[in-house]
Each structure stands twice: as structure tokens, then as C-alpha cells.
Design a protein around this ligand. Sequence first.
Ligand SMILES: Nc1ncnc2c1ncn2[C@@H]1O[C@H](COP(=O)(O)OP(=O)(O)OP(=O)(O)O)[C@@H](O)[C@H]1O
Ligand SMILES: [Mg+2]
Length: 246
Amino acid sequence: MTSATPTGTAPHRAAVLRLHEVSHTYSGGRRRTTVLKNIDCTFERGTLTAVLGPSGSGKTTLLSLASGLDTPTRGTISFDGRDLAELGLGRYRNRHAATIFQQYNLLTYMTALQNVTTAMEITGAKPATGSRRSRALQILEDMGLDRATATRNVLRLSGGQQQRVAIARALACDVDILFADEPTGNLDEDTADGIVDTFRELAHAQGKCVIVVTHSQRLAAKADRVLTLRKGRLTERRDAEGDRGI
Ligand SMILES: Nc1ncnc2c1ncn2[C@@H]1O[C@H](COP(=O)(O)OP(=O)(O)OP(=O)(O)O)[C@@H](O)[C@H]1O
Ligand SMILES: [Mg+2]
């Protein structure tokens, strides 16, 4: 078990999420696929982590488990020292973790704005000043979506715009951990760079733990840690030494 917390770091770098001996097997009919094998990893507040790995290597599976959408076949996952099973997966997802899904998972009968405000209502996120609506409009505008776009049904937005609504929705929920599954896959380089800078700022200025699955080396280069998932095992890239087990 390796923690990335060096002795004496600031409190906002404290461990927030821990996967302990986590394995996951999908079984359908007679076929069983073990996607994750004995993963041991700690994630801290105040850090941006990139997770790389080939298609089908289990990155989305890893995020599903760590974000409390599914439970591992073996091992435990804990938030702030409490087992998710004991904390309650629903409570964890509502209060402590937000996810930007690979397929966005927007509510398609709503506008962009309604998607964001509904998430704020469900998670109980309250802006320091002003209404949820004005805060949601501000975040959408920060993502490059003006009011006319924000008040349009999400099915009438482009793929890249929908992706930015999904990001805005997660940012609007004031949680400890932000999970993002390929969040810049549909965006041009400049827009993608802006999103990565937002993730860095959330981690470094606001002390959030941000975990991003990506195929982008450009994004990985801006992360504090780079993990690679391959054949069910997670390794950490350390520049001078190459990848090594964690
Ligand atoms: N619900 C499921 N039932 C059975 N097998 C599944 C299920 N979900 C995923 N798998 C399998 O588990 C493996 C890992 O899938 P996963 O979606 O986690 O990969 P990924 O690394 O996110 O891939 P990509 O980069 O293409 O998004 C794949 O072989 C996939 O077919
Ligand atoms: Mg995936």
C-alpha cells in the first residue's frame, strides 16, 4: 500500500479516498472477466490525478467503483476513513462525489440550465451568494455557454456543448471528489486546455480531489500524478524511474 502523502504536507493534501485490495469481475452467463486485480491506491485532496490506459482496460469500471455507482467484487473503498458501504453509496454520491460521465448522462428532456440546477437541488449545493439559477448560469458561461445556449434543450446542443454542460453540472455540486471520464474527448484543444486549467484550480486552490480518465497525454502532462491501468493493474508514472507498481 503506497500513499502519495509525504510526511508533513499541508492538511488539504490529506488522503480522502482509498481503494484497498480492490478487484472486480464481471460475470455474464458462463463468461467471467476480471477487469481489476488487487488495486491498492490512495488519493489526496488538493491533487489532480490522470488515469491512462488502453480502451477496455477498466478505467470506467474503476471510476464506477470509486464514485460509488457499483461495489467491488473484492476489497474495500473508503472516503475520509469510512467504508463506502457503511457511509452509504447514495449519501456518498450526493454529498461527496460528482461524476462527469463518458456518455454525459444528461437529462435529455431538460435544458442545460435545468440539468445544472436540478443537480444542485439534489445534492443540496447552495451558492454563497445569489440563487442556484444565477450560479448555474455563471458556471455555464464560464464553460463558454451563453444564456441562449443554456436555456436550450440539451438534445439541441452539439456534442462538445453537451460535454461542457456535463462538466458544469459536476462543478456546480460542491463536493470533495470530482471524477471525470474522458471529459475533453469531444473538445477542441483550446477548450480542452481551459477545462484542464479549471480542474487544476479546483484541486490546487479549492483543495478538491480531481481524478480524470483520459487518453490525452496533453492533459496528463498537467496532472500532479499519472496512473496507468493495464491488464487489471494500476501503476504510477514517476518521471525519473518510469512506471512502477503502487
Ligand atoms: N457491465 C458490464 N458487464 C460485462 N462486462 C463489462 C461491463 N462493463 C464493462 N465490461 C467489460 O470490462 C472491460 C473494461 O471496460 P471499461 O468500460 O471499464 O473500459 P475502459 O478502460 O473505460 O475503456 P474505454 O477507454 O473504451 O472507455 C471491457 O472488457 C468491457 O467489455
Ligand atoms: Mg471508459
